[in-house]
Write a protein that binds this ligand. Structure first.
Ligand SMILES: [Zn+2]
Length: 86
């Protein structure tokens, strides 16, 4: 089951020996990023919603996406009528 190689889920680059990778998880309302080593220890690398990131640039891209998604969906669905602007 354990994968031996990983690709960045944003830009597709293959992970080599670099150690500045991150693992992100996100759902409709929550976004989190952890260091690759920590994710490896926690066995999060192969979890269903793990998003592998090759570095800060792709991490920022993913975060941007998440912010856009949540800002466009937060006015619908279960938070209907309860808008929050920061
Ligand atoms: Zn990348």
């Amino acid at each position: 089951m354990k994968r031996t190689s990983y690709n960045c889920d944003i830009c597709g680059v293959e992970r080599k020996e670099a150690n500045h990778w991150f693992v992100a998880t996100k759902d409709a309302v929550c976004f989190s990023i952890e260091a690759w080593d920590a994710a490896e220890i926690e066995n999060d690398l192969d979890s269903m919603n793990a998003i592998h990131l090759c570095g800060q640039v792709c991490a920022h891209k993913l975060l941007d996406r998440f912010l856009v998604e949540t800002s466009t969906t937060s006015t619908k669905g279960e938070n209907n009528g309860e808008k929050q602007f920061v």
